[in-house]
Design a protein around this ligand. Sequence first.
Ligand code: PLP
Length: 472
Amino acid sequence: MSKQLFMNLAQAAVRYRETLPRLPVGVSASRDELLSLVNTTLPDEGEAPEIALQTLIAGVEKGLIQSGSPRYFGFVVGGATPVSVAADWLTSIWNQNAQVYTTSPAASIIEDVVAQWLLELLGLPQTASVGFVTGTQMANFTALTTARNVMLQKHGWDIDGNGLSGAPPLNIICGECCHATIHSAVRLMGLGTKHVRSIQADGEGRMQVAAFRQTLETCEGPTIVCVQAGNVNTGAFDPLADIIALAKKHHAWVHVDGAFGLWAAVSPRFKHLVAGVGEADSWATDAHKWLNVPYDSGMVIVRSPEAHRQLKIARCAYAGPEDAAHRDGSQWVPENSRRARGFVLYAALRHLGKQGVQHLVENCCDLARAFAAELADLPHVRVLNQVVLNQVLWRVEPPGIADTDAFNASLVARLQQAGVCWMGTTQWHGQIALRISVSNWATTQADVRQSLESLASSIEKEYQCQRSLTGQ
Ligand SMILES: Cc1ncc(COP(=O)(O)O)c(C=O)c1O
């Protein structure tokens, strides 16, 4: 039996989680070094499971970014609460195929329950349909494909019979600062860049309403508008209510990319940011970001279940006949066989409750503000965004240094090397910026303080290094 294997695993897991807050957050080994730890020939004879597992752990340990650390501020990564990790283990242990009701009644029913909870939490129409996907990329793709089909059908085009060849031209409007996954979704849908109309954004990355109105007025035929709830750099929200109202008047479909920003709805302090969002036609969000469940977990939500259901008409004969009273999870997403992601969401939401989710979101936002306020007090540091949510953009603008971008790039490498915290860079208004995302349930003020100390010392060391290079 595999008892020893699972006991070893539990021990290794406990050890890892206990030491996680003290581990250096980044990775310092090179790719060659990491590869040399795992790159053996495939054995002819298999190993005992305990040995294979031990070899895996020893082989990859040095290459793990500690993205669950409370001082990991890169990308927008949640920390995976212990209960969600435990439920994720069970998901693997049970190994259900959440394809149709018959392959796992439990997975199907849990998806139904979690879907209702999520709609309530996020303030979205209770009658909307929810598909559980890998992440917001897939959610954007699924929603926009549904939108494409509906809008073309409305304009008299039989998309199922004819496909896209010869279809009426579609207009897709999005902000110039929309997430790259919107553009990827458009390509995956079989549409080219000439269909996309990018709307000028303001300094925070929000779509400008006047520019949007002007473009919308020139759009004839089927039109899809993509708005953003939470810019990945600044956390800023498009003016949702205004844009959605204008788009609706124009009979356009409105899709909301709310990978993390949609979760502002759970907080009385931040829900003004998503005012009007419930009037859209579809939404995309992640649970692996702000709900802090393990990768991967995203949701696609569509106002009209009938429209959503048209996404996949073909059905495997072996899946048996469709029955509206029994949810088939694969009907709402592109995948067929699929992981039962609902179990983790169920446990995570039960554990946190509404108040816990609210606290999680508010705590992250408060810490982001504290970070920004302290950063702004450091010499020559400029905070580049209004910190409306959990994202902080900043850079150092040192006097007397010609190449500020190079200084900041070198600084972030130094900071990552120090290992106390981890943040990455982005391009903002044509310049390099450092990006902080506070998205982890376990982050505290002490973590922010510790990170700021490391940051101040890294900046000082970077100055010294530059001075010694220029002989000043
Ligand atoms: C606004 C926005 N949309 C889409 C995505 C992509 O999400 P995922 O990586 O889960 O596909 C992100 C990721 O940070 C995001 O911030």
